[in-house]
Write a protein that binds this ligand. Structure first.
Ligand code: BGC
Length: 573
């Protein structure tokens, strides 16, 4: 693999609205990010992904952009953005923005002009179609619920397409003029010194406009037509054009929100000449101990998570790098997802990030993950503000769940849990704002906050700092990025283990999701006693030394270990 600057990425994702407010309006802002840059640097991150800060009516918290070349006043100004890029650079941190190019806001001037003249220049920036039989063009369902088509106000039989909310009309990527415009926008941002972009909903750019109704997949008679709206043949032509014209000239890091990569597509997607630098690995995002399909089988779920992680790596097979993460702004907190209430303890919450942090790829942490921020279940749906969360609740009701059951489901998986304000300290509103926060702070901030953990050398925050420093240690970093991956002990329930190996190092990562001790013959991990005796313990979550003797390792409940195997055999490849 040809080496690239971004291969060393340890990223930190910021949801600006909830990160740090500096002007008392209850909404986080760019000056807030600048204020906290030291904290991000102290964690060891070298890339920040900033969720959208463009002007927006905020129907989807910024994922509905009304002007791609400015900053929303609630976040600050262009000057603030330039200051952030410059100050971050001084600390060795590059900034990624979030490119939302599958759709714009309905308030974007392009769409407003398009509404006035759907058959004119801007009409061709969007997807307008005549309705059929007195209804929409077909029965596609929007990803956020309801029909994917909205009637154009004041027109007899004309609809526009929106794969997300109706305030997010889809852009027409078939139109070369639109594509050229997006490339120009990207180039202008890159000239300001950005590191690159995270590419939102990018696998939906190409649609298969086959207007036949599809068999309904729900009681609403609609169909979530993924085959027609996701990874559709021809998508790669758009992506490659984008890369060549917009990203490649400035060597940008681009991370696609792109799921279900097939083995035959890897080269084209993240290979040396692929469309993106990397794509997120979503293998773990369907795991939640409170989903009915796991029926309380936490170990079964953990084993499945392990197998999915290894499968995803096998698909890539060293031809590119995935982006490994556990949390983002679209998922609830990982502690609440992976660990049943009774299993949450200081060992288990440290074990979780180790499961995928040392896999081949680049890595991303999400704001608050480093202090173990938690979900904040609500007493009523009124306390949720996110439109898709409400739509999901309605879907549950339609499927026959009682309001209590539906609220339970929302409380155990809403993406809004990850959007509660960052908990900086124990003062009012967790030090996030001096005003009224736009979204309620989790009351656990009185004990769960950054300041308290900074003072405590045994805190989760310090563990995360150690995690990053191990991953970035100069004599190990290349092994973690480019070394071979050898899954270990895969037939042991509750154990997720792997080795990373190159000519310099052999590093063994072992994690346990078991609540009792487990004895492992080291031979099963191909780690002989000699290798263990001369090894270096890089990271663990117990205060006392690991228990290995006479060729056996006794893993303690929820233990995780990262060990550089020593001795003569080290580094044989
Ligand atoms: C973003 C979401 C957003 C959606 C529509 C997603 O993939 O991550 O937060 O709601 O795209 O833009």
């Amino acid at each position: 693999m040809k080496k690239q600057w971004w291969h060393r990425t340890v990223g930190y994702q910021i949801y600006p609205k909830s990160f740090q407010d500096t002007n008392g309006d209850g909404i986080g802002d760019l000056q807030g990010v600048i204020r906290r840059l030291d904290k991000i640097a102290a964690l060891g991150a070298n890339v920040i992904w900033l969720c959208p800060v463009f002007p927006s009516p905020m129907v989807d918290n910024g994922y509905d952009v009304s002007d791609y070349m400015d900053i929303d006043p609630c976040f600050g100004s262009m000057e603030d953005m330039k200051e952030l890029i410059a100050k971050a650079k001084e600390k060795g941190i590059r900034i990624l923005m979030d490119l939302v190019a599958n759709h714009s806001s309905d308030q974007h001037e392009w769409f407003q002009k398009a509404l006035r003249d759907p058959y004119g220049k801007y009409g061709n920036y969007y997807v307008f179609r005549e309705g059929r039989a007195g209804g929409p063009p077909n029965n596609w369902r929007s990803i956020f619920g309801g029909s994917a088509w909205e009637k154009v106000p004041g027109r007899e039989n004309l609809y526009y397409l929106h794969l997300f909310t109706k305030q997010q009309p889809d852009l027409n990527w078939e139109n070369p003029e639109l594509r050229e415009e997006i490339c120009r926008i990207i180039r202008e941002w890159m000239e300001l010194g950005l590191g690159g972009f995270r590419l939102d909903a990018i696998s939906h750019l190409k649609k298969n406009y086959d207007y036949e109704d599809l068999p309904a997949d729900g009681p609403d008679g609609l169909c979530l037509a993924f085959d027609h709206i996701n990874n559709v043949k021809g998508l790669s032509d758009f992506l490659l054009e984008l890369k060549e014209k917009a990203f490649a000239p400035s060597d940008a890091l681009t991370i696609g929100e792109y799921d279900n990569m097939k083995p035959e597509d890897v080269e084209a997607v993240i290979g040396e000449n692929g469309s993106f630098s990397s794509v997120f690995d979503f293998s773990h995002t369907h795991h939640n101990v409170y989903y009915p399909e796991w029926n309380g089988d936490t170990l079964g779920m953990f084993n499945d998570y392990r197998d999915k992680l290894f499968e995803a790596q096998k698909v890539v097979d060293g031809r590119g790098l995935l982006c490994n993460f556990l949390e983002n702004h679209d998922k609830n907190r990982c502690i609440d997802r992976f660990l049943a209430k009774e299993d949450r303890n200081p060992h288990s919450i440290r074990m979780l990030p180790v499961t995928n942090f040392f896999l081949p790829g680049i890595v991303f942490l999400y704001q608050g993950q480093e202090i173990g921020m938690r979900d904040f279940p609500k007493k009523s749906m009124d306390e949720y503000v996110d439109a898709p969360t409400h739509a999901e609740y309605e879907e549950f009701l339609k499927k026959g769940l009682t309001p209590e059951e539906a609220l339970f489901r929302i409380n155990s998986n809403s993406r809004e849990h990850s959007r509660t304000p960052m908990q900086w300290d124990g003062s009012e509103n967790a030090g996030f704002t001096t005003g009224t926060p736009w979204f309620a702070v989790n009351p656990n901030y009185t004990w769960l906050n950054y300041e308290a953990q900074e003072k405590d050398p045994d805190s989760l925050l310090h563990f995360y700092r150690k995690l990053v420093s191990v991953r970035r240690r100069p004599d190990l970093e290349e092994t973690f990025i480019y070394g071979r991956l050898i899954p270990r002990l895969q037939d042991r329930s509750g154990i997720l283990a792997y080795e990373r190996r190159d000519e310099r190092n052999r590093i063994l990562v072992v994690t346990s999701a078991l609540s009792e001790e487990m004895r492992l013959p080291l031979a099963e991990a191909d780690a002989t006693e000699a290798l263990m005796n001369e090894s270096e313990l890089l990271l663990d979550n117990y205060e006392t030394a690991p228990l290995f003797e006479k060729g056996e390792l006794t893993l303690r409940p929820w233990e995780c270990l990262v060990i550089r195997l020593g001795g003569k055999e080290r580094g044989t490849d």
